[in-house]
Write a protein that binds this ligand. Structure first.
Ligand code: GLU
Length: 416
């Protein structure tokens, strides 16, 4: 099974922030403002189950920083969800939206539940109750949720409907909606497409060529399956991919065209392409040119980092490397492109969706993808320049740029 050692902690993300604040010589007061979340809410989510019982779930919404615009970030439904995790993920959203220069801050929400064990009706009721209980924090100009682990376009349609019962039709209240409900064309594939655009943009700096480079993808939910398919289309040889149960490996390259996305959890290895069985831990240690962890957080730790043989890592999941693993890999010269850049395609197209909703004007998919490509390449070039100038890793450069921008916004607002 694919399980994290322990879920991401706020301290892990704060460590990356603290190091940036040190490099930038940030004064104490503003340093603290940007470190801590602005506001946190924990709510009860009581749900009438199909058998008539009431079950009470814990729900959260954390707004980390809103200096650059409305709070923005996904909602995850996961058995391990807790306040600590959502706080860390909210902070990552602040740095991600800022790095991509979107007019948003950062937030995140979650409900501690196992969505695979709930019926459709139960999920619908849970989503509505959660939405109503955090509704006073939300608005198109305040905080805009989106899908994340365990949630999808249907979840967003329910959230939009519950919010609309109080406020009238408000599509800009959530992003990642079904296209029929005002969702953007291209949003479903956006995170994976962003990863593939980034790989194209960064290939030269990473000394990679699609002609002979091998790629390993961990995870095949929305992000992993689209990433694998689109990277394969670029001509890279995807030699391994996995899901919760394990993975498949073929040194000659997997045939990905039959892969269906979003198989229900627990569907085992069926649906994966043909290849030799490998475990998720073996997959992370495969000899390859590019490793793309695209599942959950903290899968590369100080224990397995010394065995990772890939020379470049693209973090398509949020926080797949612990800070200890990151340090070990940096010392060994492994090039890591950080999550707040690599997986930003989702929130970039969320921004396009929100803009389309506010304008009440739908863009064609080509335009969405072209604008996404521009955003990904501008962000990569900024990080590349910064890391060359300051002799830092890509992750350090990404945090330095983002932290500097948020600090500047706080200063300009003059609220300190
Ligand atoms: N959940 C995605 C992320 O972690 C998308 C967030 C959004 O679109 O607001 O970036």
């Amino acid at each position: 099974m694919l399980v994290a050692e322990k879920t991401i902690s706020f301290e892990q993300v704060s460590l990356l922030y603290d190091r940036a604040a040190d490099r930038l010589g940030m004064p104490q007061g503003i340093r603290q403002m940007l470190r801590e979340p602005w506001r946190e809410l924990q709510v009860q989510v009581p749900v009438r189950m199909d058998d008539g019982r009431i079950e009470v779930f814990a729900g959260y919404r954390v707004q980390h920083n809103g200096a650059r615009g409305p709070y923005k970030g996904g909602v995850r439904f996961h058995p391990d969800a807790d306040l600590e995790e959502v706080r860390a993920l909210a902070a990552l959203m602040t740095w991600k939206t800022t790095l991509l220069d979107l007019p948003f801050g950062g937030s995140k929400g979650s409900v501690q539940c196992d969505p695979s064990s709930l019926s459709n009706g139960e999920l619908n009721r849970l989503t509505r109750r959660y939405t109503l209980n955090i509704e006073h924090l939300l608005a198109p100009n305040r905080d805009i949720p989106a899908p994340d682990l365990g949630t999808n376009a249907q979840t967003m349609a329910w959230m939009m409907d519950a919010y609309g019962q109080l406020h009238g039709h408000t599509p800009a209240i959530v992003t990642g909606k079904p296209v029929e409900m005002g969702g953007s064309l291209g949003r479903e594939a956006a995170t994976g497409r962003g990863v593939s655009f980034l790989l194209e943009e960064a290939a030269k700096a990473l000394r990679l060529s699609h002609v002979d480079a091998t790629v390993v993808v961990q995870g095949c939910g929305n992000v992993g399956s689209w990433t694998a398919r689109l990277v394969d289309e670029l001509g890279y040889k995807v030699v391994a991919i996995s899901n919760l149960e394990g993975g498949v490996y073929n040194a000659k390259g997997l045939k990905l065209s039959h892969m269906t996305e979003n198989r229900p959890a627990g569907s085992g290895l069926s649906g994966l392409p043909n290849g030799d069985f490998i475990t998720n831990s073996e997959l992370l240690e495969l000899d390859c040119d590019v490793l793309i962890p695209a599942a959950i957080d903290n899968v590369i730790t100080e224990e397995n980092a010394p065995n990772v043989r890939a020379s470049r890592i693209l973090e398509a999941a949020n926080h797949p490397l612990t800070p200890e693993a990151d340090d070990i890999l940096a010392q060994r010269g492994t090039v890591v492109l950080p999550d707040i850049l690599v997986n930003a395609g989702g929130v970039v197209v969320s921004y396009f969706e929100w803009s389309q909703n506010l304008q009440e004007f739908r863009w064609e998919e080509d335009r969405v993808n072209q604008e996404l490509r521009k955003k990904m390449s501008t962000a990569f070039q900024a990080i590349n320049r910064r890391s060359l100038a300051d002799k830092t890793t890509y992750r350090e450069a990404a945090f330095d740029i983002a932290v500097e921008r948020v600090a500047r916004a706080v200063e300009l607002r003059g609220f300190v």
